[in-house]
Write a protein that binds this ligand. Structure first.
Ligand code: SF4
Ligand code: SF4
Length: 204
């Protein structure tokens, strides 16, 4: 039964030459060859980014490798409250706390062990959102390669911010785009990117 809602699409009948198929096959191959030669000599149809020679400009809130921020005296801002570990859906954060002997507040804690398994991490940023001390932020460093599983588990020495963070390296951080926090976020920023030491897992 024909109704106005039913659209009947009849294939067009093949013309005489189309019935030989071989001609259509050669026409298709000609298109492939045109694209191949166009890309080989003039990059005419190339739409891919030729990484690593060419790098895309990523969003300012890209969620990359983590950074643990420090106070002015170089000690970690982290108070080992386990909020990030609890919020982490990938269960890739491991923290052991100890009492902070330098603290002026009783029972202040600091992390004795703080590790993140970067191969398990799904870079969701929940740890950044959960942190009450704005101690953990994310960088835009996402080019990481590891030879062994153990290399991917980074601890305090690798995570702690050492000196100002390059502006280009800053990624997702608390309250990104809306400064609603009552805690000032002293992320010291330098305008030029640091030299990355050869053999460092950062930037590999
Ligand atoms: S980014 Fe997400 S998965 Fe990775 S450590 Fe933070 S909470 Fe866990
Ligand atoms: S939530 Fe923040 S302060 Fe608490 S353990 Fe994690 S990084 Fe440290």
């Amino acid at each position: 039964m024909n109704t106005p809602d039913v659209v009947v699409c009849d294939a067009k009948p093949l013309r005489f030459l189309q019935r030989f198929y071989l001609i259509e096959v050669f026409k298709g191959l000609a298109v492939t060859l045109r694209h191949f030669l166009g890309n080989l000599f003039a990059r005419k149809y190339t739409v891919t980014v030729e990484w690593p020679e060419v790098k895309r400009e990523y969003s300012e809130r890209l969620r990359g490798r983590h950074i643990l921020l420090t106070r002015d005296d170089g000690s970690p801002r982290c108070v080992a409250c386990y909020m990030c570990e609890t919020a982490c859906p990938a269960e890739c954060i491991y923290i052991e706390a100890e009492e902070d002997p330098s603290s002026t507040v009783e029972w202040e804690k600091r992390p004795r062990v703080f590790t993140i398994d970067l191969l398990r991490c799904v870079y969701c940023g929940f740890c950044v959102d959960a942190c009450p001390k704005e101690a953990i932020i994310m960088s835009r460093t996402h080019e990481m390669a590891f030879v062994t599983r153990g290399e991917a588990i980074v601890g305090l020495p690798e995570l702690l911010q050492k000196g100002p963070v390059a502006k280009l390296d800053l990624g997702y951080r608390p309250y990104f785009g809306a400064p609603r926090s009552h805690i000032s976020l002293p992320v010291p920023v330098r305008s030029v990117a640091p030299e990355i030491a050869e053999g460092s897992p950062v930037g590999r």
